[in-house]
Design a protein around this ligand. Structure first.
Ligand SMILES: O=c1ccn([C@H]2C[C@H](O)[C@@H](COP(=O)(O)OP(=O)(O)OP(=O)(O)O)O2)c(=O)[nH]1
Length: 151
């Protein structure tokens, strides 16, 4: 996969980490010029990750996820819950950054180069839909969900 480095500071912040063995994810850095305050419950802010990708083919996509520590401990999560990077997208990867803490909490300050999210790559399956009136195969679960099997 080709990557364009749109912000040269990425090279100092850790592009070698993109190949860390054992890590499933690529950390994404906040490419901002100065510390950025994000108020609790304010509309999500788009922060550039300083990279653009060219996927080798359309069999893979990227998913942007929160970092556990940032989200659980600090309250810094994604305004879109999960970001989907389509394999035909060649623009800068953007991180929808949201402070989920209660109104009245102090703002969260994002530092330039801070790792605010992470991205994984997943295979894409493209099932061919055949439109039917009823399914020919039955299952034990059928339409049961949302706790239908117990707590
Ligand atoms: O967190 C994100 C989510 C999306 N994108 C980029 C890559 C993605 O391929 C494109 C479109 O995202 P998506 O398909 O989720 O957006 P949409 O709201 O469905 O708009 P579109 O009509 O552009 O598909 O925006 C990001 O950079 N970061």
């Amino acid at each position: 996969m080709d990557v364009r480095i749109l912000d040269p500071r990425i090279l100092d912040w850790g592009i070698p980490d993109y190949q860390t063995p054992g890590s499933a994810a690529v950390d994404l850095f906040a490419c901002i010029d100065a510390p950025l305050d994000i108020a609790p419950q304010a509309p999500a802010v788009l922060i550039g990750a300083g990279i653009a990708l060219s996927f080798d083919d359309f069999s893979c996509a990227g998913l942007i996820l929160p970092r556990s520590g940032q989200g659980h401990r600090r309250g810094l999560v994604l305004g879109n819950s999960t970001g989907l990077i389509d394999p035909d997208y060649t623009g800068e990867i953007l991180i929808s950054t949201w402070n989920r803490n209660p109104a009245g909490s102090p703002p969260l300050t994002i530092q330039p180069g801070e790792r605010i999210a992470q991205m994984i790559f997943v295979p894409v399956v493209r099932p061919r839909f055949g439109v039917v009136q009823a399914f020919s195969r039955s299952t034990e679960r059928a339409a049961g969900g949302f706790g239908s099997t117990g707590a």
